[in-house]
Design a protein around this ligand. Structure first.
Ligand code: ADP
Length: 267
């Protein structure tokens, strides 16, 4: 059996994407999709920067909702599937756009997931992009192996790993790091999300998920990877996600916005 002919097509499409970044997490619910979406909004806030967000969380696509594209459908043209656009320079592709009912469960085995990821890379008319951000499911499963296999051929920049400060989440981050090393994906760094909550009334900080924050920083140092920074818990982040809007545009003066921007400047 010769090499998969799709690999060549993918390589050609991906030639017009300057930077490819995966967003990973060991556990679900740590804020990975939120981070991907906010990163997309932030990069695209500069009109000249072209951004694509590819959601390969086949069984739990949340990107359409949090980027304000619920209920949208993809369109087919001669040059392939067109992404759904938030604005001119911010396109999104997700299995969520292909479900007739958003509550429909996607019950697919590995080969079918692999097939759709291959199509997202090969058949979507992304155009020239400065950044492609890939939101993945939690853990290291079929989707991760597929994307690693396909993107390795075309110089992936690397992966950002999102975690909470809790030891159970950090444990899984170590696995994620090991996965990246095994499949030879560079690690751009680790982000600690939901690290502490500042009470809007008394301004005191409560540590919600661990006895202390800073666990991710220490782990990153121990494992010799870059620590990108921490984002506090802020209920307005969830609110912005539910509304499908950019948290950074909506709450530019918040500490969480500052934290996001500091992290983005480190990437
Ligand atoms: P994942 O992609 O890791 O499963 P999500 O991005 O869907 O996680 O986030 C899980 C939930 O946490 C969502 O309801 C989201 O709005 C919320 N969330 C994410 N980050 C924060 C934060 N820093 N502060 C408050 N809520 C957050």
């Amino acid at each position: 059996k010769g090499p998969d002919p799709a690999l060549q097509f993918i390589k050609e499409r991906m030639n017009s994407v300057k930077h490819k970044i995966l967003v990973l997490s060991g556990k679900g619910g740590v804020g990975k999709s939120t981070f991907t979406a906010q990163l997309g909004f932030a990069f695209a806030s500069e009109e000249s920067v072209q951004v694509g967000v590819m959601d390969i969380d086949v069984c739990g696509p949340s990107i359409p909702k949090i980027m304000g594209l619920d209920g949208e459908q993809v369109h087919q043209s001669l040059s392939g599937w067109s992404p759904v656009y938030v604005q001119d320079n911010l396109g999104v592709m997700s299995i969520g756009f292909m479900l007739s009912d958003p509550d429909e469960a996607v019950v697919w085995r590995g080969p079918k997931k692999n097939g759709i990821i291959k199509q997202f890379l090969k058949d979507v008319d992304w155009g020239d992009l400065d950044f492609m951000l890939v939101d993945t499911p939690p853990g290291t499963s079929d989707e991760h192996l597929s994307i690693a296999q396909y993107l390795k051929e075309s110089e992936i920049d690397g992966a950002i790993i999102i975690t909470t400060p809790q030891e159970v989440a950090l444990q899984d981050v170590r696995k994620e790091i090991d996965f990246c090393r095994k499949v030879k994906i560079p690690i751009l760094g680790v982000v600690e999300n939901m690290s502490g909550f500042i009470c809007p009334n008394c301004k005191g900080e409560s540590i919600i998920f661990a006895p202390t924050t800073g666990g991710a920083k220490k782990m990153a140092e121990d494992l010799n990877i870059k620590y990108l920074g921490s984002i506090p818990l802020d209920p307005r982040i969830g609110k912005a996600c539910d509304m499908g809007i950019s948290f950074l545009d909506e709450y530019p003066d918040s500490p969480a916005c500052k934290a996001y921007l500091d992290i983005i400047s480190e990437i």
